[in-house]
Design a protein around this ligand. Sequence first.
Ligand code: NDP
Length: 483
Amino acid sequence: MPSLRLANLIDGRLQAPHLDRWLEVFEPATGEVFAHCPDSTAEDVADAVAAAQRASSAWAATPTEQRARLLHRLADLIEARLDAFAALESRDSGKLLSLARSLDIPRAVSNLRYFAAAVVPWSSESHAMELGAINYTLRQPLGVVGCISPWNLPLYLFTWKIAPALAAGNTVVAKPSEITPCTAALLGELSIEAGFPPGVLNIVQGRGPIVGQAIVEHAGVKAVSFTGSTKTGAQIATAAAPHFKKLSLELGGKNPAIVFADADLSDANLDTIVRSGFANQGEICLCGSRLLVQRTIYDNFRARYLERVRALRVGDPLDASSDLGALVSQPHFDKVMGCIAQARDEGGHILCGGQSITLPGRHAGGWYVAPTVIEGLGPNTATNQQEIFGPVVSLIPFEDEAEALAIANGTGYGLAASLWTTDLARAHRFGAQLDFGIVWINCWLLRDLRTPFGGTKQSGLGREGGVEALRFFTEPKNICIRY
Ligand code: NDP
């Protein structure tokens, strides 16, 4: 099969990068190159920003309903090609085809539809003053905004940013991860078919430190919405600070799942707890990699949990019987294997997994890691403090609520926590004290797109989702009229 050659979308046209240089895109399931993506430069970014600036006033003046119609049309076009998108996402990222089909692509469609629908009735505040004046808040688009997304949920997170940005009347220069560039490129092609005016949505493919950084540093880009690692987030914050750009940073996590002795550990709930550690090979920023279990149920829980984890099947992402696919890249595979080695060095006891897996045939070169459960490591070890972002869960026993809270809150991250208890008072009390942006009680990954999404501490700055995203992508202006 000939290699797929992706293009940039700039000014409504699919274009090769200025320097005609290309990056190899690997299929994680086989370790083989299957596509080439533009290795763009600051020059390509400058073209995209210029196109976005030219399109900016007309797009901002386009009636909201018309902007919403175009987003709905794009959603329809993606939905009509659900199978093609899911196959491409799976091939590009190593994730299960079934997951791409049931979660990633439908959610990308929902993101576009949600913000198309949410922006229409969206209104701003007014404040009347008794002395005879009225204030009203105008929420105006920012102009050109940058959207930079990671590789773990490629189209899902890409649309989570561009949908509110476009709905609110901004023009966009977006960069997907060079590791998983394919579905964003396909979306770019469909945006032309949907009828977006040239320059409204621009997609520049390439390396983070080149293309991403050029977007962040370009004086014409008024705000940057970024999802990725804490390290890159810090670099972006540093680069953006002198320009006083608005920033939304959704970063890493070291999320706890906390199981109290009174939890309802039905089979279904236990399955969810397993999923919360291993879904998408643990490559979801919301996965719980620290599993805190109350000591009185620890042994029994561990036995039931391990039985389930051992039954998980690592295999070809296209095979419906696989539970885990491949890790996204060789460097990420090496990182995860290094973290497992580090856990051993720290004195951790590997209860299951702990090794890579070589599949037969054409998958022999793929990057597969067995679901791994570790115990015996203190809360302050590197394993329990640093983000691994792979199929690795560390079991940590706790005595009581106070200890569970100290362990749960005791990392530099604060993205998401899940709590398992049937004690309603505890659920409210404990939930309020968890220093995380998102707390799930007796569930995990139950998402309502209207709710604020984001983390505390090193997990980020600002919130996405619902009106928070529309607020981020607009500038509030107060107008005061005396009468
Ligand atoms: P990275 O930070 O490496 O990359 C994220 C994006 O930023 C990619 O598009 C990358 O491009 C780009 N980038 C890299 N360097 C720069 C730079 N100097 N300036 C501007 N852009 C740059 O993260 P990963 O792709 O490895 O994603 C995994 C991380 O994302 C994990 O830490 C995970 O926790 C986090 N994440 C957070 C979520 C949240 O909502 N809080 C959700 C999902 C993931 P390229 O890939 O081409 O180098």
